[in-house]
Design a binder for this molecule. Structure first.
Ligand SMILES: O=C(O)C[C@H]1C=CC(=O)O1
Ligand SMILES: [Mn+2]
Length: 373
């Protein structure tokens, strides 16, 4: 049988409404924007992938518009005519000619994997070696900006049996007010739920050292990226003195960053994200570094829609241990998605699909409705 070739790549920017504004230290989201990649092959198979960031250029160095332009202008010409079934060779071609752009690479790696898994009739987790979990526990982010609303939202999630780990977005306000907000939520929820915080790089080392103590006193169990991403030695000092485990998120923008942080003992927990390291396979390389260094793992998100969320879930499901669970709740923040059927959340877990590929189908009508052009 002749090998299937990559025939075309098409990128679509899609703007989707959210259930409420989502307030992070650097940006308040009023909607979410996805970049969907459709990779068509000569055997009639289409692989699909997603690259999604938060707040345009507010969060990371790639925006939806730059992802689309870079895939259309630089990735596509390198790939058209190549063997669609050799994912290593296709990604190696990109590696030789493209620097950075891990979000765009993640969409490509996902689309190639989706196509190949469909070709072989396997779910993506099985193409990656096989699942060790059928579902992953999912944290919810409370980020309405209002303490009472956040408590109400958490109670609703507990009643629905959808989430029992809550991440609070802080860092935009005065540290003392932020900590009072966190403490009030933890008091209201007690032992029924775990409470974590994400500072999204907003504090200085000095502020973080004191705040971590106070967050520990309030019963917080994990503190994510308290200080700016670039200083791993400062992060190591904060981690060493914090009574609460510290998690590196923005500090990891590549597999190599993961190694650098592990070598510096910068943080005892890593947030894994397919977008930050360049796709489902690259994220597993970061996980391997962390596992070898005794670093705990967390399945992170860039608040992707169902496609990107499930691509990450398939990869995470192959890991022996996700000590801190996941936050793969992106689809639940959207009022609409562009899939025929969205991911299934049940009993505090996101279920890993069993259909071939990522296990989702694009809904052409919704796609036509929500695409930007
Ligand atoms: O972790 C981040 O910084 C980004 C994202 C993940 C959950 C959420 O609410 O925001
Ligand atoms: Mn984070």
């Amino acid at each position: 049988m002749s090998q299937p070739l990559i025939e075309s790549l098409e990128t679509l920017i899609v703007d989707l409404p959210t259930i409420r504004p989502h307030k992070l230290a650097m940006h308040t989201m009023q909607r979410q924007t996805l970049v969907i990649l459709r990779l068509r092959c000569s055997d009639g198979i289409e692989g699909i992938g997603e690259a999604t960031t938060i707040g345009g250029l507010a969060y990371a160095g790639e925006s939806p518009e730059s992802i689309k332009t870079n895939i259309d202008t630089y990735f596509a010409p390198l790939l058209v005519g190549q063997d669609a079934s050799n994912i290593n060779a296709a990604m190696q071609r990109i590696e030789r000619h493209v620097r950075g752009n891990t979000f765009a690479r993640s969409a490509l790696d996902t689309a190639l994997l989706d196509a190949q898994a469909k070709r072989l009739g396997l779910p993506l987790a099985e193409l990656l070696g096989g699942r060790l979990h059928d579902g992953l526990e999912v944290a919810w982010t409370l980020a309405s900006g209002d303490t009472d609303k956040d408590v109400e939202e958490a109670e609703r999630m507990l009643d629905l049996r959808r989430h029992r780990h809550f991440k609070l977005k802080i860092g935009a306000g005065e540290p003392a007010r932020d900590i009072a907000h966190v403490a009030a939520i933890k008091r209201a929820l007690g032992d029924r739920a775990s409470v974590r915080v994400d500072v999204n790089q907003a504090w200085s080392e000095a502020v973080a050292l004191r705040a971590c103590q106070q967050l520990g006193d309030a019963g917080v169990e994990l503190i994510e990226q308290p200080i700016p991403r670039h200083d791993e030695r400062a992060l190591a000092r904060v981690s060493a003195r914090s009574p609460v485990p510290v998690m590196a998120d923005e500090a990891i923008e590549s597999v190599e960053d993961g190694f650098r942080l592990a070598r510096a003992s910068a943080a005892p927990v890593f947030a894994l994200k397919i977008a930050k390291t360049g796709g489902p396979r690259a994220v597993l390389r970061t996980a391997a570094i962390a596992e070898a260094a005794g670093i705990g793992l967390y399945g992170g998100t860039m608040l992707e829609g169902g496609l990107g969320t499930l691509a990450a879930a398939h990869a995470f499901a192959t890991l022996p241990k996700l000590e801190w669970h996941t936050e793969l709740f992106g689809p639940l923040l959207l009022t609409e998605d562009i899939l025929v059927e969205g991911p299934v959340y049940r009993d505090f877990q996101l279920l890993i699909p069993n259909a071939p590929g990522v296990g989702v189908t694009l809904d052409e009508e919704r796609l036509a409705h929500f695409r930007r052009d």
